[in-house]
Write a protein that binds this ligand. Structure first.
Ligand code: HEC
Length: 158
């Protein structure tokens, strides 16, 4: 009797695991659309190192961006925006941030748009791109993280 009940629980457990695997494909940490691993200290530490080496020169050591970042330069290109909450980074769902960092802004926008934001798809692995963006997200205050989580959830439903 007791064994049977336990077997039943086991089967139910397997069912839930199977459903979770169907809903959340391998590699997804939380739910669909939530790709960045800002709660994983090791990923964030790796991301911080990559940020300092590859991104800080333009986006600033404290994620503050370049001066007058909203004003196009004489050559028509925009300066680097901040990645802190004063910029727009947190307005984009994870998938868009990863796409911009992988392919670069010119490729993402298209139509001959020119940008200093190059793609890192050839120089960084997908995990490294996720790590650097996870680091950026980990620096945001909790309210901004919550709003960004909602943006991810909504984007995944579209
Ligand atoms: C050579 C300077 C430069 C470097 C280095 C650089 N960026 Fe950028 N980045 C820019 C500029 C300029 C923009 C704005 C592009 C535009 O809108 O035309 C930008 C935009 C972005 C955006 C979009 C922000 C938004 O609000 O839409 C993301 C995300 C981003 N960069 C991530 C990174 C990451 C991650 C790194 C390091 C791996 C990096 N960038 C390195 C110049 C740079």
């Amino acid at each position: 009797m007791r064994l049977r009940a336990m077997a039943g629980i086991g089967a139910a457990g397997f069912g839930v695991a199977g459903l979770m695997m169907a809903l959340f494909p391998a590699g997804a940490t939380e739910a669909p659309g939530h790709i960045l691993r800002w709660q994983d200290e090791q990923v964030v530490a790796t991301g911080a190192t990559i940020y300092a080496a590859q991104c800080a020169a333009c986006h600033g050591a404290a994620l503050e961006g370049q001066p007058d970042w909203q004003v196009r330069r004489a050559d028509g290109r925009l300066p680097a925006p901040p990645h802190d909450p004063s910029g727009y980074t947190w307005h984009h769902p994870d998938a868009v941030l990863i796409d911009i960092t992988t392919r670069g802004t010119a490729a993402v926008v298209g139509r001959g748009y020119e940008s200093d934001m190059m793609g890192y798809g050839d120089s960084l692995t997908e995990d490294e791109i996720i790590a650097v963006l996870s680091y950026i997200k980990s620096t945001w205050p909790r309210e901004v993280i919550d709003v960004h989580n909602d943006i991810n959830t909504r984007a995944a439903l579209e």
